[in-house]
Design a protein around this ligand. Structure first.
Ligand code: ADP
Ligand code: MG
Length: 588
């Protein structure tokens, strides 16, 4: 079992790719430390050729030269998992950044690695298993309350086979590295379990069975929930040009989505963006519980000034922490902004490795890496019968907003929903700038069946909405050429319906107290009104009266979105709008 650590010496340095001549046994993905006179830099084995290994260093390699000493750790890049992860802010190597960030907004000096979890803090531990129980990895030994969540202490995932419990700690308050249970394996060897375990980050880990997605994710964004919905355990992506609102969209999702825990991976586009996350998140309140938002959040961040390899590590670190909490039967949302930064890291490293490049110099394995990241999502039926889910959403920032490039295309091939942000919409300040003419969701039908209970014919109305948007856009373009008088009044009405749907429903003001968050229960009565408008025939004498009627109607509906839901004011407005529609429309 025990093996002596391998050592080596740098023979060539190429940015943060090092060639190292080594002696001993090493393996793919193993972590190595580069010894720079007192500073040691973390690195990872990415290719082994004979007695030479290529290492990707996670930090600035200034000062590394031929002959620099390297020590291999035998360990893979791992996440440290246990109570206390929530509220944390980490970098891609799981260094806790919170205190430093709060003070200065600066990042760690290189070569500093701090323990991810607090080993001094005591946690109230309650045993759940008992002496004599036979458990496998992932099964529950006991638990502690991490805020409002029951944080399960499980048989560590590094332990295969069956373990028969021989001793259990009493309920009490302990630091996380206290042995809280002892057990013997099938060979009679004894093991001590603590509240901490380590998981390798690059591979998916889970115990249980992946099952069908079942529940709708309520994001409080009308455009998503109604027209391009997401299911818990599903995947989605939001590509868009710079400044179109990808980050604002992800922040909305992290605040309002109906999940237990949110993991935010911020691989910033701009350096200031990440600092912004660090400054704002700790002050936000969870609208569902009124507790600080951070009590259900883990943030992993990297700025563009950090080496590219650290961004890659953040993506995997985020996925691993998310899987760990899913294993406790919780619903998790993992958000990655932006996955293009991660893809660029792959491209840079692939170039240095002199691999045969694929499209736009991205490596040939780009698509499979992206696929395996999103495949870590899903609903998991746990051995104890409960279920946990992991929903994954990533932004993509293609240069010039061109969705034909490889990262967008590889992502579109694997996700369940596509929320495409367009420059035209953000320039017109039609926020969220999710373009309904290019976006899609594979969950529309499933969500339609679920929401049918709340509004009969929901799925049908969503399809009708799509049709009206497409036709309305088409008619609008024709109108630009031939003028209003050149099209029939009935065509103009379709165009006006599409405009109303966009203006009063799909668009939503992220900065208004009431409008920012519109949960599905508030969407239902509103979509009912919109559905009536979709389905009814409207008769007008001329183009002008059609236009002025719809303009008035859409303004009245829009104004209602700024009123407190269920308030008297809201009901009065609702009834007035309903009457206005019935008065003008003849049923069809
Ligand atoms: P990206 O991440 O795509 O580069 P951001 O999310 O940073 O873009 O958005 C850029 C700017 O656009 C924001 O600072 C904000 O002013 C505006 N914006 C984006 N989304 C919205 C929204 N939903 N409502 C109002 N303004 C928005
Ligand atoms: Mg952004």
């Amino acid at each position: 079992m025990t093996k002596t650590t391998a050592t080596g010496k740098v023979t060539r340095a190429f940015g943060n790719l090092l060639h190292v001549a080594f002696e001993g046994d090493i393996r793919q993905g193993e972590v190595a430390m580069i010894d720079l006179e007192g500073i040691s830099l973390k690195a990872e084995v990415i290719e082994i050729v004979g007695d030479e290994v290529k290492l990707q260093v996670f930090e600035d390699t200034r000062g590394v030269k031929n002959g620099t000493y390297v020590e291999f750790s035998t360990l893979l890049l791992e996440a440290e998992l246990g109570p206390g992860l929530l509220t944390s802010i980490f970098d891609g190597l799981q260094n806790p950044l919170e205190n430093i960030a709060n003070a200065t907004g600066l990042f760690l000096t290189r070569g500093t690695y701090l323990p991810a979890l607090d080993y001094k803090r005591h946690w109230d531990y309650t045993p759940d298993a008992k002496v004599g129980d036979e458990l496998r990895r992932g099964e529950t030994l006991g638990h502690t309350m991490e805020g409002r969540f029951k944080h399960l202490i499980m048989v560590p995932f590094s332990h295969m086979g069956k373990y028969k419990i021989t001793w259990m700690a009493k309920a009490g308050s302990y630091p996380i590295d206290t042995v809280i249970a002892k057990a013997v394996d099938q060979n009679g060897q004894e093991h001590g379990f603590t509240m901490v375990q380590k998981w390798p980050v690059k591979q998916a880990l889970q115990e249980g069975e992946k099952t069908r997605v079942e529940e709708v994710l309520d994001t409080g964004l009308r455009s998503l929930d109604t027209q391009f919905p997401i299911m818990k355990g599903g995947t989605f992506c939001s590509p868009g040009p710079f400044g179109a609102g990808k980050t604002v969209l992800q922040h909305h999702l992290s605040k309002y989505s109906s999940v237990d825990i949110v993991i935010v991976v911020a691989c910033g586009e701009r350096a200031g963006e990440v600092v912004e996350v660090l400054r704002t998140f700790p002050h936000l309140t969870d609208p569902h519980t009124n507790e600080p938002l951070m009590t259900r959040t883990v943030i992993i961040c990297n700025t563009s000034s950090m080496p590219v390899s650290a961004r890659e590590a953040s993506i995997y670190m985020g996925a691993t922490i998310a899987e760990y909490y899913r294993q406790m039967g919780l619903n998790i949302l993992l958000l990655a902004d932006s996955t293009s930064r991660w893809a660029q890291a792959m491209r840079e490293m692939s170039g240095r490795l002199e691999e045969i490049p694929g499209e736009e110099a991205f490596p040939a394995y780009l698509g499979s890496r992206i696929a395996s990241f999103y495949e870590r999502s899903g609903v998991l039926k746990l051995p104890n019968g409960k279920t946990g889910s992991l929903t994954i959403g990533g932004t993509v920032s293609p240069a010039g907003g061109n969705f034909e490039e490889p990262v967008t295309q590889s992502t579109l091939a694997v996700v369940g929903a596509f929320h495409g942000l367009s420059r035209a919409r953000s320039d017109a300040r039609r926020y969220p700038a999710i373009d309904p003419l290019i976006s899609w969701s594979k969950y529309v039908e499933m969500v339609g069946e679920k929401l049918d209970e709340k509004l009969k014919g929901w799925g049908h109305l969503v399809k009708l909405g799509e049709k009206i948007l497409i036709e309305g856009d088409d008619i609008g373009k024709r109108m630009e050429v031939v003028g209003e008088e050149g099209i029939s009044i009935s065509d103009m009405v379709i165009h006006l319906k599409a405009e109303l749907y966009d203006f009063a429903y799909l668009q939503q003001n992220a900065f208004d107290k009431e409008d920012a968050y519109c949960p599905i229960d508030r969407q239902v009565p509103l979509f009912k009104l919109i559905g009536t408008i979709f389905e009814r025939d409207f008769k007008f004498e001329d183009h002008d009266s059609a236009r002025s009627y719809f303009l008035e109607l859409q303004n009245e509906i829009k104004n209602m979105n700024f009123m407190p839901f269920g308030s008297e004011q809201y009901h009065t407005a609702y009834n007035r709008i309903e009457k206005k529609i019935h008065k003008q429309a003849s049923s069809s």
